[in-house]
Design a protein around this ligand. Sequence first.
Ligand code: SF4
Length: 303
Amino acid sequence: MEASRGCPFSCNFCVLTGHEQYRYRPIDHVIRDIRDRMVFNERIPGLTGDTFAFLDNNLGGSPRYLRELCEALMPLKKIWGCALTFNVLRDPELVRLMGLAGCRYVYTGLESLNPESISSMNKGQNKLSEVREVIQRAFASGIVLSFGLLVGADGDTNEYLERVPEYLHDLGDHCPTFLGIVCPYPETPFFAQVAAEGRLLPGVTSRDLDGYTLCHRPARLHPSEAIEHFQRLSRTIGRGSTTWRSCSSARSRRWGSRGTSSRGPRGGGRAASRRRRGGDASLTRRAGGARPRPAPYDSSIGL
Ligand code: SF4
């Protein structure tokens, strides 16, 4: 089911930014579709027999609309899930209303626990000091809250990425369901920025724009460092989960990292041979161990 399209926010890496205006359907049309046109599989017992998901990019793009939608959903007694932005979850009354209307699952793009990375992504709607409270509030309303984290944002440092498991532990070991690498999708502000600054990695093709392959040089990390952190976090945070297995190290290897083969699943041929020829000077420098580590990360994430 879709009730809306687009998003009112402007995260710099998002393909919607600058391209999709936020708009939503009349609530009575949405309710009619759920009530009269949606086919539920009655043979599946339990909760799933009356369950559906909103596929909207941001069901909470208009909190007023979401509030009215929840009120209209209540009599249907359906179970549903959705994706929406962090600002909605900061509103206790709205979260409670969502729970009463049958919402049991919410995905939100938290993206980072590092305020400098949040700022670099233009994602000011995410208030990191409220993450713990927001998770607990959702649970108290019967809603499972899952979130995504990204590696390689311009605020990321070795010190921050090394401490991500610790930060997650402080949040109650609430694991993200998605771990990716910030991707410079063409025609996004992030792409324009890294291209203008000469930070697109050589040899990147459209098939690399999958969210799991490093395509740019992060501002405060060497590419091989970003990949190592991504691989380590993929292994340690999400062990056992399908999502995490799928975003594990293999695809990133093509950009090289210490102690791993430079041959990726697609052969890693051009990038690997370019490195062997010394075509990417910085990668060569990193492999030689001559590059100094960045200054210690000294910013509190305020959790
Ligand atoms: S909040 Fe989500 S959907 Fe909206 S612009 Fe940011 S990343 Fe895109």
